[in-house]
Design a protein around this ligand. Structure first.
Ligand code: ZN
Length: 152
């Protein structure tokens, strides 16, 4: 046999107060009466738990904004990778161009031994070949990344 609680308007249940209870908007007296009621009313306890879970889900949805930041970070990471690749390409390409120009000057210089010219030319040609092969490998790797299942 249960009598209605005066603090909750005599209805017995505290459903109308649960939201305020969760938000901490109740007076100390209201809060106490809700505590007392919740202690022996499964219905209102369930309602409190339900509302609490709902609040958590809402704040969880707010947390998913963090996912945007992660995505943005990954985009930045990709930008770094691409710009680094372009940087290396420019650096090595420029180096080869300077080397090529140097070797052109060197080869047309009649005061240098032809055999020495040949050896230096071989070194630069070797460097050029390595550069091209590394570039080619990079392109193949990128293609493999794109199609994942493709084996080299
Ligand atoms: Zn109740």
């Amino acid at each position: 046999m249960k009598t209605g609680n005066k603090a909750t308007g005599g209805s017995g249940h505290v459903g109308a107060l649960i939201s305020g209870y969760l938000d901490g908007e109740l007076t100390q007296q209201q809060r106490q009466s809700v505590d007392v009621h919740l202690a022996d009313c499964a219905e209102c306890s369930d309602r409190l738990a339900e509302l609490e879970a709902l609040r958590k889900r809402v704040s969880g949805a707010r947390l998913s904004r963090v996912g945007d930041d992660v995505w943005r970070e990954q985009m930045n990471d990709m930008t770094v990778k691409v710009s680094r690749g372009i940087g290396w390409l420019l650096f090595l390409g420029g180096l080869l161009l300077i080397g090529g120009f140097g070797i052109y000057q060197f080869v047309i210089d009649t005061s240098v031994e032809p055999l020495f010219k040949l050896m230096v030319s071989a070194v630069y040609l070797g460097l050029g070949a390595l550069f091209v092969s590394v570039l080619r490998q990079r392109l193949v790797e990128r293609k493999t990344d794109k199609y994942k299942n493709v084996e080299i």
